[in-house]
Design a protein around this ligand. Structure first.
Ligand code: ATP
Ligand code: MG
Length: 160
């Protein structure tokens, strides 16, 4: 189905706002307000991907931290970036966080709750959309997760 990614991200952020406030984490959402960000994908599943990434960015942030969600588009793609300034992920863990049940620092993660499935689901959903998840992270500085989906023209007159 066709939808505007901006609307999905606004909904997810709205839903996670309380959780962020409890930790005194500020969520900023950057996108060009004059633009639309249409794509064709399974909306519920992309909602889930966004929810997992943004909820991780809150959960693994420090109190008073910030989460930046950035939506941009290039010629063919809508690009979503979720950036946090939390503790970051060591390089040796980075390649394993997409495995089911894999968690960095087991005890610490357990304290925070969850099952260690979020990113495995993210990866699975994006692969089913012929897309993928990218991550870059620096210990002590934070992480950036990103994915892209095909850009769709706003109007498809010939289909109406
Ligand atoms: P669930 O998502 O099922 O509630 P979870 O958050 O532990 O549990 P994942 O979302 O799959 O599971 O993440 C796997 C692990 O990767 C986490 O336990 C955490 O150690 C690490 N991780 C994920 N996102 C971040 C992040 N933004 N910053 C630092 N570490 C992260
Ligand atoms: Mg998670």
């Amino acid at each position: 189905e066709k939808f505007d990614l901006k609307d999905v991200l606004l909904e997810v952020i709205d839903e996670l706002e309380q959780k962020a406030e409890k930790r005194d984490v500020l969520i900023r959402f950057y996108y060009d307000k004059d633009k639309t960000f249409f794509t064709t994908a399974d909306r519920d599943k992309i909602f889930r991907v966004s929810q997992n990434l943004i909820s991780n960015a809150i959960k693994y942030n420090h109190d008073g931290g910030e989460v930046e969600v950035r939506l941009t588009s290039n010629k063919n793609q809508q690009v979503v970036e979720v950036k946090d300034n939390g503790k970051g992920i060591p390089p040796e863990d980075l390649k394993r966080i997409f495995e089911r049940f894999y968690r960095v620092e087991k005890s610490r993660s357990r304290e925070k709750g969850g099952t260690g499935l979020g990113l495995a689901i993210v990866k699975h959903i994006l692969e089913a959309h012929k897309s993928k998840i990218s991550v870059s992270s620096t210990v002590g500085k934070g992480s950036i997760f990103s994915f892209s989906l095909p850009a769709e023209k706003e109007k498809k007159k010939e289909e109406e």
